[in-house]
Design a binder for this molecule. Structure first.
Ligand code: DSN
Length: 401
């Protein structure tokens, strides 16, 4: 690279990434092949439209790339092309979710999504997101005692509210989601069931987490979390007389986006092939095993985990309330203090609200941890045990300050 300033910064970021323990639950490390596709000449090409129906000439190669990504996506999640459609053009997760609502929910309609502090995402209808300004969020949450989803409560709420769409799949919910129950709830209340599987897509692909496809009408996903691809997204739609897929394609282009980023789409195709390999299946299982070890070791040392543990790559630790100083010496670390103290020691996490949080979002009561990135770097149970020991020591030291 001839630009020394940018080169220096990229090199500095590479060094930073190598040196830290990365427990950000939504990050991962892509392969060199994914990087090569992202940095390829495909970035030069305009291809507004869809394969075979472009508004620009010169798309004989890019059509093949988009079709390859589509067929690999359907194959990876074991979907028959006659039954499922996939759009691989969304630029990332938020535009993907926006496109689904724009296609299927009239302005002012109801999006029933999990509250942000219970593990939902901003684009599940939160009021600071346009998804909560154009549409009305009907927020649902977890049970205050068990800290897992109470499906009976959601059923009652859905029947009363009659939302247009129920959104499931979360950013800070560690447990297995009962897709079949959510299907029953959506059907009983006349709502569409949209699953945002961004966090768990790689685990679903690797058969380490139940697939939502037998139950959902629409599935959105980013491609850069557990799926270990480029920053991008996909929208899957069930094909039937409702023609959801046609409405969604129109919402993506020309409704919300212009030219697709073909370099990203090629990188998705590469990542999907990698995710279909036997080694990725082993990876997905290891991600879950590592998260469980981390959860068990932290619990053993006195830290309270939301819902008491994890079934996925993700853990939510209550560093604040655990933290009333007790005879174990644990106590009283806010999410910000915890995340700053860990970062100072080379462990990168994010501060995170916990359900029913009484603290502000910039300094909430917890931290979120994930095992996907470090598992990519080859870490196993014994390494996560050591990571738990380090986290415990750092947090206890901060609590005493
Ligand atoms: N920001 C992502 C996460 O960290 O979960 C979701 O968009």
């Amino acid at each position: 690279m001839k630009d020394p300033q940018v080169k220096k910064l990229i090199d500095a970021e590479k060094k930073r990434q190598k040196k830290v323990v990365n427990l950000i639950a939504s990050e991962n490390y892509v392969s060199n092949d994914v990087l090569e596709a992202l940095g390829s000449e495909l970035t030069n090409k305009y291809a507004e439209g869809y394969a075979g129906k472009r508004y620009y000439g010169g798309n004989e190669v890019t059509d093949k790339i988009e079709l390859l990504a589509i067929s690999r996506a359907l194959e990876l999640f074991k979907l028959a092309p006659a039954e499922w459609h996939v759009n691989v053009q969304p630029l990332s997760g938020s535009p993907a979710n926006l496109a689904v609502y724009a296609a299927l929910v009239p302005p002012g309609g109801k999006i029933m999504g999990m509250s942000l502090d219970h593990g939902g995402h901003l684009t599940h209808g939160h009021k600071v997101s346009f998804t909560g300004k154009i549409w009305n969020q009907i927020p649902y949450g977890i049970d205050p005692i068990t800290e897992v989803i109470n499906y009976d409560q959601i059923l009652e709420q859905a029947i009363n509210e009659k939302p247009n769409v129920i959104v499931a799949g979360y950013t800070a919910y560690p447990r297995t989601i009962n897709w079949a129950k959510l299907r029953e709830i959506a059907s009983a209340s006349g709502a569409l069931l949209m699953v945002d599987m961004s966090h768990i897509a790689g685990l679903v692909a690797g058969e380490a987490y139940p697939s939502p496809f037998p139950y959902a009408d629409i599935v959105t996903t980013t491609t850069h979390k557990t799926l270990r691809g480029p920053r991008s997204a996909m929208i899957f739609a069930k094909k039937d007389s409702r023609e959801l897929e046609k409405k969604i394609d129109k919402a993506v282009f020309p409704g919300l986006q212009g030219g697709p980023h073909l370099n990203q789409i090629a990188a998705i195709a590469v990542a999907l092939k990698e995710a279909a390999s036997p080694s990725f299946k082993k990876y997905a299982a290891q991600v879950v095993r590592n998260a469980k070890v981390l959860a068990d070791e932290l619990t053993r040392r006195g830290w309270r985990l939301i819902s008491g543990g994890t079934d996925s790559h993700l853990i939510l630790v209550d560093t604040w309330m655990t933290g009333v100083p007790n005879d174990k010496g644990v106590g009283g670390v806010t999410g910000k203090i915890a995340s700053d103290a860990l970062e100072a020691d080379g462990i990168i996490v994010n501060k995170n609200a916990i359900p029913f949080d009484s603290r502000p979002p910039m300094d909430p009561s917890g931290i979120r941890l994930g095992s996907a990135a470090e598992t990519t770097r080859g870490k196993k149970e014994k390494d996560f045990k050591k990571i738990a020991e380090r986290i415990d020591a750092i947090l206890k030291k901060s609590a005493k300050k």
